[in-house]
Design a protein around this ligand. Structure first.
Ligand SMILES: Cc1cc2nc3c(=O)[nH]c(=O)nc-3n(C[C@H](O)[C@H](O)[C@H](O)COP(=O)(O)OP(=O)(O)OC[C@H]3O[C@@H](n4cnc5c(N)ncnc54)[C@H](O)[C@@H]3O)c2cc1C
Length: 233
């Protein structure tokens, strides 16, 4: 389940910094999205992503972008985050309203196109939203489909060409997102040092951390590797 909200809050670090903490089972992501009410504050977005079930468990409440979250369900998960620079519990407690969205994916489909109809974006490959994916992949689909339509002599040929290129790539991302995205670097460190560490380089070297992030970025088709600087920290 993903809970999300935003609140005017004292800025942390550079005022443009992002915090990603936790692992695949429970993660908190915090970053500013707009100026705040004073130069020392920012409208600060937060998201808490928690694995609440897997396999043969009852399905979550049906997805709805506007469904308010339930504080009694969220707060026990928040208690486990201890993050430098910002008091996560206070930030979330002070957010008057927040929303929930079940983050479920679907197994990759065997085909997308039938005659003159094809699928794109979430209709084709709903995926677990890690690595800033989902919308990004929908955009890459659209670009590929547009290019194929321009090139092809017949639209049906374009749909097939598009599907042949994009279906295997996105199926790969759907599967790998179940194991975590570029943030998998956090999972790897947590696994190797479950009791914490003083120097991250002693747990996993910079080049090992870079390999995890770069490997995901290549798979996802992103030319640049945003956030690579964070791996250095
Ligand atoms: C909480 C959350 C956080 C996310 N964060 C990120 C992120 O940081 N980065 C990222 O890249 N992705 C993220 N995603 C995923 C991203 O939102 C989706 O992958 C993306 O919106 C998919 O785009 P789409 O155009 O395929 O589908 P949608 O955005 O779902 O668009 C489909 C549209 O079709 C409309 N529609 C449905 N049925 C009909 C109908 N019968 N007639 C007419 N219209 C219809 C719907 O109303 C909707 O507007 C996140 C998702 C969630 C739930």
């Amino acid at each position: 389940m993903l809970w999300r909200g935003a609140r005017d809050w004292p800025l942390f670090l550079t005022g443009k910094s992002m915090i990603v903490a936790g692992g695949l089972n429970a993660k908190v992501v915090i970053y500013p999205i707009a100026e705040g009410s004073s130069p020392a504050s920012r409208l600060t977005n937060w998201a808490v992503l928690v694995k609440v079930g897997e396999g043969n468990v009852p399905p979550p409440r049906k997805e709805d972008w506007s469904r308010p979250g339930r504080r009694e369900e969220l707060m026990p998960h928040v208690a486990r985050f201890s993050v430098p620079y910002i008091d996560v519990k206070s930030l979330i407690s002070a957010t008057p309203e927040f929303y929930e969205y079940p983050t479920c994916d679907r197994d990759p489909l065997p085909y997308w196109s039938s005659g003159r109809v094809t699928l794109l974006g979430d209709a084709a490959h709903p995926m677990y939203p890690v690595g800033s994916n989902g919308a990004s992949q929908a955009i890459l689909d659209a670009r590929c489909l547009a290019d194929a339509l321009v090139r092809a002599e017949h639209p049906r040929q374009a749909l097939l060409e598009y599907e042949k290129k994009r279906l295997p790539m996105t199926a790969d991302i759907v599967r790998s997102n179940r194991r975590g995205g570029p943030e998998g670097v956090i999972d790897a460190v947590e696994q190797l040092a479950p009791d914490g560490f003083d120097n991250v380089d002693n747990v996993l070297s910079y080049s090992q951390r870079e390999a995890i992030v770069r490997g995901y970025a290549t798979k996802a088709g992103f030319a640049a590797v945003p956030g690579l600087a964070a791996v250095r920290a």
